[in-house]
Design a protein around this ligand. Structure first.
Ligand SMILES: Nc1ncnc2c1ncn2[C@@H]1O[C@H](COP(=O)(O)OP(=O)(O)OP(=O)(O)O)[C@@H](O)[C@H]1O
Length: 358
């Protein structure tokens, strides 16, 4: 059972959850999508598809730590959303036979929030800090000390009479996750003994993810349908699993319950996922770039305002895949359309790309 472990000082209640080693499903998730997602999470390293390099490196770190009977070095996982950072954090705890504590940067707005979490850690526990780049500055410094010296300085009293009482912490492992590794201050980055960068998945890897998920859900997924969904999932397991559930909806409501290639294509059309897997936000970004800003260069904030989104959403959710696909270019002067951008939108590539791509 998840345990309510700590409270913050502000209005926002800080909740960390503790998961025993044998329970890797986040309980208390009322959101249907999150619950559906949790049910499909691989629980052990052997079930985790793809990311061969990170998997191998991390397995070595964990095996060595187990052999020594010590908590492993702190681990930083970076990469776009939905590629498996949370899943890997859970797997790390499971492989170590340790329980997992979960919290996130936005929940830690005061040093006291973090001190409460740290001081309640038990020996060998894994502390998962999601969106670690969003931890408040004063808490960041507390984290440096805790990670390096396994100590937290608890402040007692106020004003001139305040003093810090050092509290020794048992050895534990921080697993930090971030979509924006570049925003982490160097002193924090340096305290991670291992950093793994997760990259987009290949289509055949996503096919494996889908076939595994279909098996768990007990739905008949044809091989050709798995391939079609995989190729339109933006290299992202979370999206692949989400599209699988939408194709299942279509097949149950409008088809005969079979997840055939025809059912997959029809469902993906209803949900406006195009041939390359671009969704509405992706296309809105590309259309704004080409049609409103003549192909750019245009600044991120201006582009985000044009599509009615936060700059961070455009930068972390839409852009990484568009850049990888060669559908958007990033230059010092802003974002630019590339020839493939115009072609993808069915527009004519302008005559003078020199002014556009510089
Ligand atoms: N390598 C994988 N093999 C199989 N399924 C995976 C893999 N990686 C992720 N998934 C699936 O994708 C879903 C999303 O993964 P996860 O929540 O770990 O992503 P994340 O990188 O932490 O995303 P965010 O940054 O948005 O929190 C999981 O529910 C899991 O089922």
């Amino acid at each position: 059972m998840a345990e309510h472990a700590a409270r913050g000082e502000g209005d926002d209640e800080l909740v960390t959850e503790r998961f025993p080693a044998d329970s890797l499903v986040r309980s208390g998730a009322d959101d249907v999508e999150r619950a559906a997602e949790a049910a499909l999470r691989p629980r052990r390293m052997a079930e985790f598809v793809g990311q061969r390099v990170v998997r191998e490196q991390l397995s070595l770190v964990l095996q060595a730590a187990r052999g020594r009977g010590r908590a492993p070095d702190h681990v930083l996982l970076s990469g776009p959303p939905g590629l498996g950072k949370t899943t890997l954090a859970m797997i790390i705890a499971a492989e170590l036979g340790a329980s997992l504590r979960v919290t996130s940067g936005p929940a830690i707005q005061h040093a006291g929030d973090l001190a409460a979490v740290l001081s309640s850690l038990e020996e060998g526990e894994v502390l998962f800090l999601d969106e670690i780049h969003r931890i408040a500055r004063p808490a960041e410094e507390l984290l440096y000390v805790a990670m390096e010296d396994f100590r937290v300085d608890v402040m007692v009293g106020k004003g001139a009479g305040a003093s810090a009482i050092p509290l020794a912490l048992p050895p534990f492992t921080v697993v930090g996750a971030t979509t924006r590794a570049g925003l982490l201050p160097a002193p924090l980055r340096d305290r991670f003994g291992f950093t793994g960068h997760l990259d987009f998945y290949a289509t055949d890897e996503l096919e494996q993810v889908l076939l595994r998920s279909a098996g768990l859900l007990g739905v008949p997924l044809a091989g050709a349908a798995a391939r079609e969904i995989a190729s339109r999932s933006r290299g992202t397991p979370r999206i692949a699993n989400r599209l699988l559930r939408r194709v299942r909806d279509w097949a149950e409501v409008r088809g005969d319950g079979t997840l055939s290639l025809a059912a997959a294509r029809a469902a993906l059309e209803v949900y406006e996922v195009d041939q390359r897997g671009l969704d509405r936000l992706d296309r809105a970004v590309l259309e704004a770039l080409c049609q409103r800003f003549g192909g750019g260069p245009v600044g991120l904030t201006t582009l985000a305002v044009a599509v009615g989104e936060e700059p961070e959403t455009v930068e972390t959710v839409a852009e990484p895949f568009l850049v990888r696909e060669g559908l958007i270019g990033r230059t010092p002067r802003g974002r630019v359309a590339l020839p493939a951008t115009w072609e993808h939108l069915g527009l004519t590539v302008p005559r003078d790309p020199g002014t556009l791509f510089g």
